[in-house]
Structures are given as structure tokens and as C-alpha cells.
Ligand binder design. Sequence first.
Ligand code: ATP
Ligand code: MG
Ligand code: MG
Ligand code: MG
Length: 468
Amino acid sequence: MNSKEIRKAFLDYFEKNDHKIMKSFPLIPSDPQLLFTVAGMVPFKPIFWGKVEPTYTKIATCQKCLRTNDIENVGRTARHQTFFEMLGNFSFGDYFKEGAIKFAWEFLTEVLKLPKEKLWVSVYLDDDDAYNIWKNVIGFPEEKIIRMGKEDNWWGPVGPSGPCGPCSEIYYDTGRTDLCSNPEKCTPEDDCGRYVEIWNLVFTEYYQDENGNLSPLPRKNIDTGAGLERITAAVQGVYDNFETDLFTPIINKIENIFNIKFRENEKTDVSIKVIADHSRAVSFLVSEGILPSNEGRGYVLRRILRRALRHGALLGKKEPFLNEVIEVVLNSYGDIYPEIIEKSSFIKNIVEAEEKRFLETLDKGTEKLINYINNSKEKKIDGRFAFELYDTYGFPLDITKEIAEEHGFKVDENDFNKQMELQRKRAREAAGEKEYTKMNPAFKFIGENLKSTKFTGYEKIEDESIIL
Ligand code: ATP
Ligand code: MG
Ligand code: MG
Ligand code: MG
């Protein structure tokens, strides 16, 4: 099956099982606490919380997602992208654990025909219900049901209180015993890379109050998420998401532009994967109107875009190239997400402008950093210097960190953040003073007396445990 068939098979399967199929919601959520949609459940958060009554009690989607906390994983693990698609089915007070487990099992083994013996599952420590459903209803071998702790198998609450619950995850054995320290005894808990988590089934059944006390929720919900890229890798029998047909045309284009081959050299593979991944993220972010900037979402876009350019430079390209790759992304996804085709010339203009801007300073900044590294006795990059690279050469911290790490150096991130805060403060003060002198006294009063709201998106999105 190709990835298009898998995406469709998922939605068709759940439609056949009485779910309302909805189109992907935007990557930019209406939720002010989040920068991006990081999981399929995000658009339904008010329903999970019981704040809104659902029109449909069973829904399935293929949701565009973006996770910034996985940026550094891209190219280094086989299973992480920044932009990815999450297949999900949701029940609001309708079916619960048994229904969710049966659906996932039937879809994986009967629709996708994944071999049963390659699947493993985990349940939360004391979740005997889920354990018994796997064992008795599904007939899953007991020795392949692993009880895992809070870190992997408990979701929520978002913030100090809210709905939460245990989850059960499904793993696929890729057969990569070369990665295990003890292949005979290796289980998904070892996290060596042999087993890939493909689907998370969350049983949202509790409410946690501010003191950490749990009470049962009046409505028990199901929230599941399966990464399309990972499921496709399993179905297509490849180890790495980047080897699936979702990436083939994109990677072919990159091979072409740089005149290199994928899977011939570990180091260039990382750059190829970063460029492939980041081209998708950039295309989808700009299609939703995000522009490169130094704040919030725009800054995430800038970081991703510039990181792709730096990897292009590593592969020897000093001229703009990203639009050629993006063209392929637009063509591959246009039939599923028409918004990227509608906005294609806008996307290309924005990308081109940012490429030109950054390529002017990338070389000089890199040279300066390498000089610093060569002349430093300690294996540490000063926060002030990292900030100078940011301020003068437009180097997002990720790039400085990445180059530093390539030379065995660490960046003093605390100090970098301090410098950043100081600069923001100076800018605020300068702007404030200037504006106030010219301002209508009423605005001045409002400015001085209204408390600012605290933006919590950065912490929230970085802590993925609160999401799924
Ligand atoms: P991992 O432990 O591998 O980082 P996760 O536990 O963070 O995954 P969940 O939050 O449970 O992932 O998300 C549900 C599903 O979404 C995962 O089981 C996986 O299939 C997919 N997924 C999560 N993060 C990514 C990513 N960065 N790239 C591709 N797919 C992902
Ligand atoms: Mg996990
Ligand atoms: Mg998970
Ligand atoms: Mg993760």
C-alpha cells in the first residue's frame, strides 16, 4: 500500500464504523495556550474538557501536526519529523477502552495486514482493564504486554488541573536486532530503536484537581494518535520514515539538486533528512500565513527554514535551493491539502526572500563561530557570543548549538536566554518611552495599569506529555 492508500484506508475504516470524518484542522490552533497543533486531539480539547458538547460523539481525522520539541531528533532518529500527519479516532462518551483497542487491532492486522507477531503493546502500570482486554478479548500474548509508568503511559492533565488518564501504546518490531544490546531479551521498554511506537490510545477517564487528586470524569473519552509516517514505514517494510513513499519524491529532488545519493553516507543523510523534513514544515507553516520573524510562530518558522539552509550549505550549496524542494512538496500534497497549492506563489516568495537574507550572513557567521571554536580552550560557547551570532548574523540558537555539538562544544544557553531577555527589555523600554511621550493620556493610563497576560505556549508545547 502507498501512503495515500493508507491515509484513505484509515478514514474509510472509521467511516464504516460510524465515525464522522473531518478534514484536518489548521496547524495553527485556535487555542491560545498552544503555538501549534501538536496532536489530533488539539482541536477537540474543549470537548475533552467537558466545556463544549460534541455534535458528533465519534470522529476520525488525519491531522497536520507540528512538534518543535522534535527538531533535534530529525535525521537522528528514524521516527521523528517536525511536521507529520497524525491519524486519530476520537470518542466523546461513546466507546471506551475495549472499542478503541478492538478498532486499532482490526485496522492494523486486518486492513493494513501488519503481521500480528511483530506487534507489542504497553499499558499503564495498574491498568488491569486495558491489560485484560488485550489478553482476553484480543488474545494478545501476555509476554508482549508491557506495563509502563507515567512517563510513557499516562496522559494529562494540561496545566494544573484537567482531564487525564492512562494510555496503551502499540509498537512495531522492525527486526533491527543489530540495535539491541541483548536481542533475545529486548522489549520496547529498552528504547534501542528496534521497536517503534506507532499508535497511542489514550483513555481519558479522570479529572485531576490542583492537589493531584483524581476523580472519575462523567464522560469517558477516547483520544488516539498514529503517525502516518511511522505506520507507512511499517507497512512498506522500511526502517526509517524518510524511506517511505511520503518522502521519496522530495529526497529524489534533493539528491538531484546536490548531486548526491541518499543512504550512502551517514553524515550527508542527516542533512538530506533535515532538508526534506524542514521543506514540508516550511510549506505548511507559510501556507497558513506564518511569516519568518523574531517572535512566536514566526520565529519557529525562521529557525526551521534557516536550519534547512545551513544543511544545504553543509552539502555545498551557497545559492537558494529550497524552493525547488518545496515545489515537490506542494505537488505531492496538493491533492490532500489544497491550501498549499492555492498559496504556492506566496510560499515561494516568502521562502526566497528569507533564503537570500540568511545566505548573506550564513558564511560569515559560520566562519566567526569556527574561529571562536578553534581559539577556545574550554569546550564551551559563551552565551554572549551565541547572542552576537543571533543578533548580527541571524543565527537561531539551534544552528549555533548544532555547529557547537559537531565540534564537541556546548553553548551556555542560560546566558544566551539572559542576553535575549535583556535585549527585549531594552527594546520595550525604548519603545515605551518614545511612544508614551506622544501618546494620548488615556492610552498611557491603559498601558500602565493593565496587567499583561502571560504567554505560556512555549512551555506548553515543549512539554509533550501534556498533549497526548
Ligand atoms: P515518541 O515517544 O516516539 O517521541 P510520542 O510518545 O511523543 O512518540 P505521542 O505523543 O504518543 O508520541 O503521539 C502519538 C503518535 O504520533 C505516536 O505514537 C507516533 O506514531 C506519532 N508521532 C509522535 N511524534 C512524532 C514525530 N515527531 N514524528 C512523526 N510521528 C510522530
Ligand atoms: Mg512515546
Ligand atoms: Mg506516545
Ligand atoms: Mg515524542
